[in-house]
Ligand binder design. Structure first.
Ligand SMILES: [Cu+2]
Length: 311
């Protein structure tokens, strides 16, 4: 079933997206009807009771209990409908079914990292179709927000606490993920995708994305460079981004904003990852996330150092 969405709403691919859309269109059509009634009456009365001569004066108004009651009662009923309907959908979207499959989401400037129960990790969210998925989300730096328009799913991702969101995808396809909370210079590139697969394809993908036991430290480092989003700020080809390039970094002479210098040996690289604020490279702002020392294991930091040394 091809679904490209409507003028107002994007394509619709989760079990509760239809509920959200139905409520949206209820409010939309009520607004259209009220707009026509109110503006229509206003234009009609402005014409009908226009001033016809200099002597024309407003006449005292005879009040109508029926009209007065109706403009109190009708909007009250409409607002009560929107409230109870909206509350029901809100609860449905807020409470994950108990059998939901849980995936951990780590947001950082400017990357999404997804971790699966078997330890596999990825930058794209892979999920099985027709199965409730619960995301347990946190941020390692600033406020981000996880948004999948096709699922009608949007939730802030905050440092130092978990937030949750759940959905059940209704068809196999690829959908856009965005960060919808302004989170710094490259906020607009903090994009990812949800790849909805059959349960079989998903299982295969999961198994393939476990880190290979026989991988060398530098190979693991390459995976981490991509998964952890170092690429958002550090290029491999010499271009300067928000951070210095990794090309030729190892062994080079570094100059810092406090006037000191150092040679980029393994110890320096390790320290630069764990404690980036300690020495800030000249020409750069201290924007590197400071949490890698706690969010990465010692082995992962070794792997990243080994990878940088190969560039
Ligand atoms: Cu963000």
């Amino acid at each position: 079933m091809e679904d490209k969405g409507t003028l107002w709403l994007p394509e619709n691919a989760s079990t509760y997206a239809g509920d959200v859309d139905a409520l949206f269109y209820f409010i939309y059509w009520v607004s259209v009807v009220l707009f026509i009634l109110v503006i229509g009456a206003m234009v009609y009365f402005a014409y009908k009771y226009r001033r016809r001569s200099e002597a024309d004066r407003p006449q005292p108004i005879k009040e109508s209990k029926l009209v007065e009651a109706s403009w109190v009662v009708v909007p009250t009923i409409l607002v009560a409908i929107v409230f109870t309907w909206g509350f029901q959908v809100f609860i449905k979207m807020g409470v994950a079914p108990p059998n939901a499959y849980e995936i951990t989401v780590r947001a950082s400037k400017w990357n999404w990292l997804f971790e699966y129960p078997n330890g596999a990790r990825s930058n794209e969210l892979h999920v099985p179709v027709s199965r409730p998925i619960k995301l347990k989300m946190s941020s390692i730096d600033v406020l981000h927000s996880f948004f999948v328009p096709a699922f009608r799913t949007k939730q802030d991702v905050v440092p130092n606490r978990y937030t949750y969101v759940w959905f059940e995808a209704t068809r196999q396809d690829t959908f856009q993920v965005m960060c919808t909370e302004y989170c710094g210079q490259q906020h607009s590139t903090m994009l990812s995708q949800v790849v909805v697969q059959s349960q079989g394809d998903f299982n295969t993908w999961l198994a393939e994305n476990l880190i290979d036991e026989s991988a060398t430290p530098a190979e693991r480092g390459e995976l981490l460079y991509n998964q952890q989003g170092c690429f958002a700020c550090h290029s491999l080809d010499g271009t300067t981004g928000s951070g210095p390039t990794f090309q030729g970094l190892s062994g080079s002479q570094r100059a810092f904003t406090d006037g000191t210098t150092a040679t980029a040996d393994a110890n320096y690289l390790r320290e630069a990852i764990i404690n980036p604020a300690a020495q800030v490279v000249q020409g750069f702002a201290p924007v590197m996330p400071g949490q890698y020392g706690t969010t990465l294991t010692a082995e992962e930091i070794d792997a990243l150092v080994a990878y940088i040394q190969e560039q």
